[in-house]
Design a protein around this ligand. Structure first.
Ligand code: IYR
Length: 224
């Protein structure tokens, strides 16, 4: 295909003055630096429209071959949440008591995590992201997707940022193993549950572990 056969449009881009770039970058950083993972959710309702905007924002993520290999399943139904919590706790009790080596549990101790997943029934919304490992071609044959882990990871990062930016909280919960989510949520075989995120307001007495983040000298290696 030659260049003039490609369907390309002008990039929508405005160059900003340095001062404005600096101001915007810092104000976004300040919002994101207040983000914390809490396990304590209030049951206060959140408008569906806000969750939809967060997913619309997540879905702007770049993805391998622009396949957008994700499905966000959004649950508010109380019975379904209870079913997911029961199934998650059934796996997690086994993980915490038998499957987790000591080298792993020593790291989780200060985070105060355990097999009890009350956040699944407390939060008004549960968002489960499924990673699509296959896609249907125009001729209806099935083909693979590309870089679906990376693509979904980026989409999740943007989702978390959107939730933080709108003034809500979320938690990245990884029940392990999480195959039960495909069954309960009736997703096809080529979709793999990647993460379960309760979304809502924090409980009035929500707590977080007293952690600090790495210094930039540990994170960045400049080579100028
Ligand atoms: N999947 C468990 C355990 C867990 C694992 C890690 I690594 C964490 O940072 C936190 C929890 C759970 O979701 O509780």
């Amino acid at each position: 295909m030659s260049d003039n056969e490609l369907d390309f449009i002008e990039l929508d881009f405005n160059e900003l003055p340095f001062e404005e770039m600096k101001e915007r970058s810092l104000s976004f950083y300040k919002i994101m630096n207040r983000r914390r993972t809490t396990r304590h959710f209030s049951n206060k309702k959140v408008e569906r429209e806000l969750i939809e905007v967060a997913i619309r924002t997540a879905s702007t993520a770049p993805s391998g071959a622009h396949l957008q290999p994700w499905t966000f399943v959004v649950i508010s139904n109380e019975e379904l949440k209870k079913k997911i919590r029961d199934a998650s706790e059934k796996e997690e009790i086994e993980t915490y008591s038998n499957r987790m080596p000591e080298s792993w549990s020593e790291l989780l101790k200060p985070l105060g995590t355990d097999y009890v997943k009350e956040h699944i029934t407390d939060a008004p919304w549960i968002v489960v992201i499924f990673r699509q490992t296959k896609r249907q071609r125009k001729n209806l044959e099935w083909g693979p997707t590309y870089y679906s882990q990376e693509s979904c990871g980026i989409a999740i990062g943007i989702f978390i940022s959107a939730i933080q930016n709108m003034g809500l909280v979320t938690l990245t919960h990884t029940p392990s193993p999480m195959g039960f989510l495909r069954e309960i949520l009736n997703r096809p075989k080529h979709e793999h549950a990647m993460l379960l995120m309760p979304v809502g307001y924090p409980a009035d007495d929500a707590k977080v572990p007293n952690l600090s983040r790495k210094n930039m000298s540990e994170v960045i290696k400049w080579m100028e």
